[in-house]
Design a protein around this ligand. Structure first.
Ligand code: SF4
Length: 223
């Protein structure tokens, strides 16, 4: 298990927004989507450092005294794409008593992965589509497998902040007794796109302001 190899971009320790408590975030590389607002374009392709699950676990274990109620968050990219590596790393971390959650786009409904994790954070991508059926399938899987899940959504002005969009999102979350955490769209990643020689599809879309967020929460709660 320790020998299982995977590709990661980086590890960031000290996040307070990627799950409960203080987290070390592992950014897996490779993604099956190309969201036009993606904040981590450097993780889209399966390149980056190759590491073994054992080596990475040993590195993460050094932070254990600081975690308290926190732990490790597997992010990316789409961590579910590197299944064997994810399962090996998760098993080693849990053996060491570390809480492990994954951030996912919810498009790979894999029961084995979901059952191995302590939780998942699913970001609903409804900016360019109204079809939320894949998310319903994923949430049902989490429920069946007893996996705790949270729902996030990047709020993009003019893309998914209309009343109907928010009502559909609230209805989906409500079916599972969940609320939605909105993540205001930001463009801090613009330079990363430039450095990579890539187009940032939402470069000309405005960022979400506090008033957009407030209005969207009111609409979500009205449902
Ligand atoms: S799923 Fe996440 S990492 Fe992949 S393109 Fe979308 S925002 Fe970027």
């Amino acid at each position: 298990m320790r020998e299982e190899k995977g590709h990661i971009d980086s590890v960031y320790c000290g996040s307070g927004v990627d799950g409960r408590g203080l987290r070390c975030v592992v950014f897996f590389t490779g993604c099956n989507l190309r969201c036009p607002f993606c904040h981590n374009p450097e993780t889209l392709f399966k390149q980056g450092k190759e590491t073994s699950a054992g080596e990475l676990c040993d590195k993460l274990k050094r932070y254990k005294p600081y975690f308290r109620k926190g732990g490790v968050t597997l992010s990316g990219g789409e961590p579910f794409l590197q299944k064997k590596f994810l399962l090996a790393l998760t098993a080693l971390l849990k053996e060491a008593g570390i809480h492990v959650v994954a951030e996912t786009n919810g498009q790979i409904a894999d029961g084995e992965i979901v059952s191995a994790l302590d939780g998942v954070i699913v970001d609903v991508k409804n900016q360019e589509t109204d079809d939320l059926s894949s998310y319903e399938k994923f949430f049902s899987l989490c429920e069946r497998r007893g996996c705790d899940f949270r729902i996030t959504n990047v709020l993009v002005p003019g893309k998914n902040d209309a009343k109907e969009k928010l009502a559909a999102l609230a209805a989906l979350a409500g079916k599972f007794g969940k609320s939605v955490k909105l993540l205001p769209f930001r463009k801090l990643c613009t330079d990363k796109y430039r450095e990579l020689g890539m187009d940032f599809p939402y470069e000309n879309v405005r960022e979400a302001e506090a008033e957009d967020e407030e209005r969207a929460y009111k609409l979500l709660c009205a449902e």
